[in-house]
Design a protein around this ligand. Structure first.
Ligand SMILES: [Zn+2]
Length: 207
C-alpha cells in the first residue's frame, strides 16, 4: 500500500469519516507547508507521552508531569469541586461540553462509550465495573448523587437503563440517589452538540 492509501485508511477509521473525506484530508495535508505537517506529526507523537487517563474519572488530560504515581486530572484533584455529586457521561467530548456550560461543579465519570440496543455484552462496551467500584470505594467522600448525562437518543437511553439497573442491582440500599437529565423540549439531544443553556436546563430539570 502506498503512503497516500495508508494515510487515507487511517483517517477513514476516525469517527464519522468516510473514504472520500479521508482522502480529502490526505490531499489537504499535501497542500500544507512541510513545517505544518511536521508540527501535526509532533503533536500526535506527544499525545502518547503527555496525555494521560485519569485514574478516577477516566478522562484524557494533558499532564506535563512525567511518571507520576497517582494519575489524577485537575478536576478530580480540585478541592473546590462538590465531591458528593458525580456526573456520568459517555465520552470526553460530552464532558467537555458540559464543563464549558459552567452549569456543574461536581465530579465526572467517563463511561467510554454507550450500549447499543440488543447488545449481549454491555459490560464490554462501557466502564460499568469501574463505575460501581468507584461508588463502592469512596467511603470517606461518599457520592450522594449520580447524575446520568447521556445522549437522549435510543442508544443513550438504552445505556441509561442499563447503568441504572446495574447500580441498583449491585449497590442495593447503598446506592446513591440516581438522577437523569431533564428532557425539556429536545429529544434526540446529543450533549456534544448542545449549547450551554440547554445543558443547564437539562441539569436543573433532572429527575
Ligand atoms: Zn479525573
Amino acid at each position: 500500500m502506498d503512503l497516500i492509501s495508508k494515510l487515507t485508511e487511517i483517517f477513514r477509521r476516525f469517527p464519522g469519516i468516510g473514504p472520500r473525506q479521508a482522502k480529502r484530508f490526505v490531499y489537504h495535508l499535501l497542500t500544507q507547508s512541510a513545517s505544518d505537517r511536521k508540527e501535526l506529526a509532533e503533536l500526535i507523537t506527544e499525545l502518547s507521552g503527555l496525555v494521560k487517563t485519569c485514574s478516577r474519572c477516566f478522562r484524557f488530560y494533558t499532564s506535563n508531569e512525567k511518571a507520576k504515581s497517582i494519575r489524577e486530572c485537575p478536576i478530580c484533584a480540585d478541592p473546590h469541586r462538590a465531591r458528593e455529586s458525580l456526573m456520568v457521561v459517555s465520552r470526553d467530548v460530552d464532558f467537555e461540553n458540559i464543563e464549558k456550560s459552567g452549569g456543574f461543579n461536581g465530579l465526572y465519570f467517563i463511561l467510554g462509550g454507550s450500549v447499543p440496543i440488543l447488545e449481549k455484552e454491555p459490560m464490554k462496551r462501557i466502564r460499568i465495573r469501574e463505575l460501581i467500584e468507584r461508588l463502592r470505594a469512596e467511603t470517606d467522600e461518599p457520592v450522594r448523587e449520580v447524575i446520568l448525562a447521556l445522549n437522549l437518543t435510543p442508544e443513550g437511553e438504552n445505556t441509561q437503563e442499563y447503568v441504572l439497573r446495574e447500580i441498583a442491582a449491585e449497590l442495593k440500599d447503598k446506592a446513591p440517589k440516581l438522577s437523569v437529565l431533564g428532557r425539556g423540549l429536545s429529544t434526540g439531544l446529543e450533549l456534544e452538540y448542545s449549547d450551554a443553556d440547554t445543558i443547564k436546563n437539562a441539569l436543573k430539570n433532572r429527575y
